[in-house]
Design a protein around this ligand. Sequence first.
Ligand code: HPA
Length: 295
Amino acid sequence: MAGKGWFRFTPTAPATRFPSMNTQINPLTLDSAVEAVREKWPDAKPRCGLVLGSGWGEAVADFHGSEIPYGQIPGFGKPGVMGHAGKLLATTVGGMELLVFQGRRHWYEGEGWTPVILPIYLLHALGADTVLLTNAAGGIRDDLDPGSLMAVSDHINMLGANPLAGPHNPNLGTRFPDQSEVYEKVLRKKLLDAGADAEGVYIATSGPTFETPAEIRQYRSMGADAVGMSTVPEAIVANALGMNVAGLSCICNWAAGISQTPLTHEDVNKTAAAAMPRMKSTITRFLEGLAHGSE
Ligand code: HPA
């Protein structure tokens, strides 16, 4: 059959393979990525990073600066998901230097951990101490109806994998990172002050399927308030590196079984577009607060 059929599968890195020389990230890939960014922005000293999830692209429409396409940064690859632009933007908010990752890579894209977690290692290598991770999510808790904004208070990792698995590099954090407070309390308060409606626990599945109603019932009983397919890998890595982490979910649909209609990525994006004015003002106020505050 192999090679003769109408379809040939080109294998990408399987979930269980640790790339050779890898720690959590291949240091050579990270060095090349830092070099590519330094070449374009030799004096950049970002304090904070912003990772834009599904539906969040327009939230930075009023932020201006210089851009690098992901294709020019080794290790990033090309986002394969609709609505993820694939550019890194250097800008300032309230005098604070910010790097915006316009487009996220996901575990389910099948290219291994590097494109998913490289933005965090890159931020850390460039000196940033804070990252805001945004995403689209399905609402599980009764008050989290579509259009609401949830500050992530904690997470549950249902990806079935951990981005820190593999040979350990002690320069990139301890082998067994504490996760008692991945999402920093002060930043959670800042998100609420900036316009988030509520706090809640985000559960990450590997995707790319949406969940079944039975899975959502299970996740609810586990303490999950919203469900999505991202954010947790980056949060795990940033926390392990000692960075301050904030997470913000735009609830774009009721989760499976609660929703009366089948779920689609297009509808997720439509709800995000309708909520965009609030998404925009919330992240802008949050970032301005960060720029002017002590943290
Ligand atoms: N499940 C998983 N990911 C999502 C959802 C959902 O219901 N909505 C937006 N992203």
